[in-house]
Ligand binder design. Structure first.
Ligand code: ZN
Length: 393
């Protein structure tokens, strides 16, 4: 063999090795912290002695500009729309462009590629961020419309709250019946979600079950008036009786982490072409709006449980891409002066500059396959565009 041929063969081999180093993106996990800016992340990192999920693994770090189509400061509908569809829209709009045209979400792209899909939230399933992945309305207050649109989302697994808009409706339709007729198992209590082996299910739980510091109604289906008459409740009657008999009330502790694990377990079982999992930690935003430092730090610790689980999952499954981002920052949160003895510590305190959202850039942490694409400063829409490319290529 001539020297030149050997050299070319070597180059080809080197290219092959470098290509195979980066595994193909098979699964996408999109973890959105609503209102999670650098202030809230700082409060977590400085509060924890051990490594947080942000410090684990080998994340690629970037920044996202969170503006909407008509304001430096986005609201959650426009912020969710940018992250879900790759298009900026006007504040107030959700899943539609500034002219009101329906947009296509990257979850739809994933479904069309044969990937299984799931939504896990610690708020109502029709809240702006998850709804941006399946809905299209001119106002987030159109909860009844979003619940109806949810029934055609094509999602395989969904776990969250918000039964009322599914059953106490102006059109008198029982959307749990719609879902059940469409092949879903619909569960109204946490234990049924945890124990299910169903391949296609929706958990619509009381709010107290999905967020531990919210008032729990302490019943399995009591979040909505008239819940006992919907089809899902009738079908679940025996499970509820058993839960009540055993003194089971709710399981709010570590909900987001456990619901995420359940979704992954199901997606792994049912998918042969990968999966798309969207998770929203929604309440960080609320602590920002309330300028609640203690609550924010507690909430970030809870977020971190989910993040750590996911980083460990990516480490064990290198064909998975995990992208952690926020739709916007809330509260203008920052860590303030607090002295302590040299070598000592004292609890971190956040101060806030507004009760609203801010247009400050938010960090992006990307782990696993395809993570290299997320370094640098980009628009919120670029995050979705990059994910779309990785999903569809
Ligand atoms: Zn907000």
């Amino acid at each position: 063999m001539k020297k030149q041929t050997i050299f070319l063969a070597f180059l080809a081999l080197a290219a092959l090795v470098s290509c195979s180093k980066e595994p193909k993106v098979e699964n996408v996990i999109y973890l959105i912290g609503d209102g999670m800016g650098l202030g809230s992340i700082s409060s977590l990192v400085l509060s924890e002695d051990g490594a947080t999920g942000f410090e684990m693994g080998d994340p690629v770090i970037g920044f996202s500009e969170t503006c909407s189509a008509n304001n430096y400061v986005t609201d959650s509908p426009a912020g969710g729309t940018a992250l879900a569809t790759g298009t900026r829209t006007k504040n107030g709009y959700l899943g539609v462009d500034p002219d009101g045209n329906q947009l296509k979400s990257i979850m739809k792209d994933a479904q069309e590629m044969g990937m299984k899909s799931a939504i896990v939230v610690n708020t109502v399933l029709t809240e702006a961020t998850p709804a941006s992945f399946y809905g299209g309305v001119l106002s987030r207050s159109q909860g009844y419309d979003l619940a109806k649109q949810f029934t055609t989302s094509g999602v395989d697994v969904a776990i969250g709250s918000g039964l009322s808009v599914f059953i106490n409706r102006p059109d008198s339709v029982d959307l749990t019946e719609t879902l059940i007729n469409d092949g879903y198992d619909v569960y109204l209590d946490w234990r049924s979600v945890v124990n299910t082996t169903s391949d296609k299910f929706v958990g619509i739980l009381p709010m107290g079950d999905v967020h531990r510091r919210n008032e729990s109604t302490n019943t399995t289906a009591g979040a909505a008036d008239g819940a006992e008459v919907c089809l899902a409740a009738k079908l679940a009657a025996s499970a509820q009786e058993e839960n009540i008999k055993e003194g089971y009330l709710s399981e709010p502790d570590q909900y987001l982490c456990k619901a995420t694990a359940k979704a992954i377990e199901t997606l792994e079982r049912i998918s042969d072409k990968g999966f798309f999992l969207m998770i929203e930690s929604a309440i960080i935003d609320g602590y920002g709006h309330n300028n609640d430092s203690v609550g924010m730090i507690e909430e970030m610790k809870e977020f971190d449980q989910t993040l750590k689980l996911l980083v460990e999952y990516v480490n064990a499954n290198p064909n998975t891409l995990l992208v952690v981002v926020a739709d916007h920052e809330t509260g203008g949160a920052n860590v303030t002066y607090k002295s302590y003895e040299v070598g000592g510590t004292s609890p971190v305190v956040l101060s806030f500059s507004t009760k609203g959202h801010t247009g400050t850039l938010v960090p992006i942490f990307a782990y696993g396959a395809g993570s290299d694409n997320f370094s640098g400063i980009m628009k919120n829409t670029d995050v979705a565009v990059k994910l779309r490319t990785l999903i569809t290529e």
